[in-house]
Design a protein. Structure first.
Length: 331
C-alpha cells in the first residue's frame, strides 16, 4: 500500500521544488494539504474549462489525486519574486513538441469530416488529442491549420479552441485586474446577460469585428441604455485584449467605433416626431393590408384599427373604447 507524503512535502514555504513520493490523496486530504476547502476542489473539477491538479474519478463518489501530479501542478504555478506579477496558469504546448493533424471522412453524418490533432504531453507522459466535426474538407483543413499555427506559438490545442464563454470564465480575474470594485458589478452583469448569450458559443479565434459590430447594434435595437451597452462592450474588449496577450488572436476585434451615433439618431427622431411618420396615405393602407394578411383568419378589423389610429392620432386605449355608434361616416 503506497504511503502519502506529509503536508511539508508540498508546502511552498518549505521547499517548492521538493518532489512528492508516490501516493494518492482523497479530496479532503488534498484540501487540507493545499489549505483550501474541499468544495473548492469540487468546484475546480466541474468548472469549464476544468481547473486544479489532474484527478482520477474512481467512482461517482470517489476521486483520487496522484501525489506526483499534484507536485507537477504546484511547480507550474510557482512564482519567483522579482520576475513579474502572479499570472493564472495557462496550458501551453512546450516548444519542440510536435502536433500532428489528420482528417477522417465519415459519410452520412451532419459533419462528415472529422478534423483531429494529436500531441504528446511530456509532463503527464500521455498522448492527448482534440477533434471536431466539420461540414467540408476545406473547413477541416482550415481548423487544423489554425491549431498548428497556435501550437507553434506555444498554445495548447484545447486552449486554442476555447469558446468565448469558457475563456472568459478561466481568465476573467486577469482581464479585469486593476478595476475598482464599483465597476466590476456592471461589467460582470454585462458579460453574463449580454456578451455570453450573444457571442459566448463562438471560439475566441473565430470572433470578428463584424460579429461584434452586429451584436452591439442588436443591443441598441433592443433598446438597451447607452451605459448598458458601454459596460457590456468594455468587458468584452478586456477579455479579448487578454486573448491578444495570450497569443490566441493578433488583433482585438471588440474595438468597434461609431455605435454611439445610433443613440444620437434615436434622440433626433424623438426631437422630430415627423421623422417616424409614414410618407403618405397609400403607404398607410399598404401597412394596414399587410397586417390583415399576416393576422389569424385575415381579420379586417386589425387594418381598420391601424387606419383609424393613424388618422385620428388616437392611442390604443382610446381606439378600443370607440363604438360604431360614435362614428359619423358622413361628417
Amino acid at each position: 500500500m503506497p504511503t502519502r507524503s506529509t503536508s511539508s512535502d508540498i508546502s511552498p514555504e518549505t521547499n517548492p521544488d521538493a518532489p512528492l513520493s508516490g501516493g494518492w490523496y482523497s479530496t479532503g486530504e488534498l484540501a487540507r494539504l493545499l489549505r483550501v476547502d474541499p468544495s473548492t476542489l469540487r468546484r475546480w473539477r466541474t468548472a469549464h474549462p476544468r481547473q486544479g491538479p489532474p484527478y482520477i474519478p474512481v467512482s461517482g463518489r470517489i476521486v483520487l489525486y496522484s501525489a506526483r501530479d499534484v507536485a507537477t501542478w504546484l511547480a507550474e504555478r510557482r512564482v519567483t519574486p522579482g520576475f513579474g506579477e502572479l499570472m493564472p496558469y495557462t496550458e501551453t504546448v512546450p516548444l519542440g513538441v510536435r502536433v500532428a493533424g489528420d482528417i477522417e471522412h465519415r459519410p452520412n453524418r451532419a459533419s462528415p469530416y472529422r478534423a483531429r490533432v494529436r500531441w504528446f504531453d511530456p509532463v503527464s507522459r500521455r498522448r492527448r488529442s482534440l477533434s471536431e466535426g466539420k461540414g467540408t474538407l476545406d473547413e477541416a483543413e482550415e481548423w487544423i491549420s489554425g491549431i498548428l499555427k497556435a501550437a507553434e506559438a506555444g498554445i495548447a490545442p484545447d486552449v486554442a479552441t476555447m469558446s468565448l464563454a469558457e475563456y472568459g470564465t478561466a481568465n476573467m480575474d486577469l482581464a479585469l485586474r486593476g478595476l475598482e470594485l464599483k465597476t466590476l458589478d456592471p461589467y460582470l452583469a454585462g458579460w453574463r446577460r449580454r456578451v455570453v448569450p450573444a457571442l459566448g458559443h463562438f471560439p475566441v479565434r473565430m470572433i470578428t469585428n463584424g460579429a461584434v459590430d452586429r451584436t452591439v447594434h442588436g443591443w441598441i435595437a433592443d433598446e438597451q441604455s447607452r451605459s448598458t451597452v458601454k459596460n457590456s462592450l468594455a468587458v468584452l474588449v478586456r477579455v479579448m485584449e487578454q486573448a491578444v496577450r495570450d497569443g490566441l488572436i493578433t488583433v482585438n476585434p471588440a474595438r468597434v467605433t461609431g455605435w454611439q451615433r445610433e443613440y444620437k439618431q434615436a434622440e433626433d427622431e424623438l426631437d422630430n416626431p415627423r421623422a417616424l411618420a409614414l410618407r403618405d396615405w397609400p403607404t398607410l393602407l399598404r401597412l394596414a393590408h399587410a397586417l390583415v394578411d399576416r393576422s389569424h383568419g385575415h381579420y379586417q378589423g386589425w387594418g381598420e384599427v391601424v387606419v383609424f389610429a393613424a388618422a385620428t392620432a388616437a392611442r390604443i386605449g382610446e381606439v378600443s373604447g370607440v363604438r360604431v355608434a360614435d362614428i359619423d361616416p358622413v361628417n
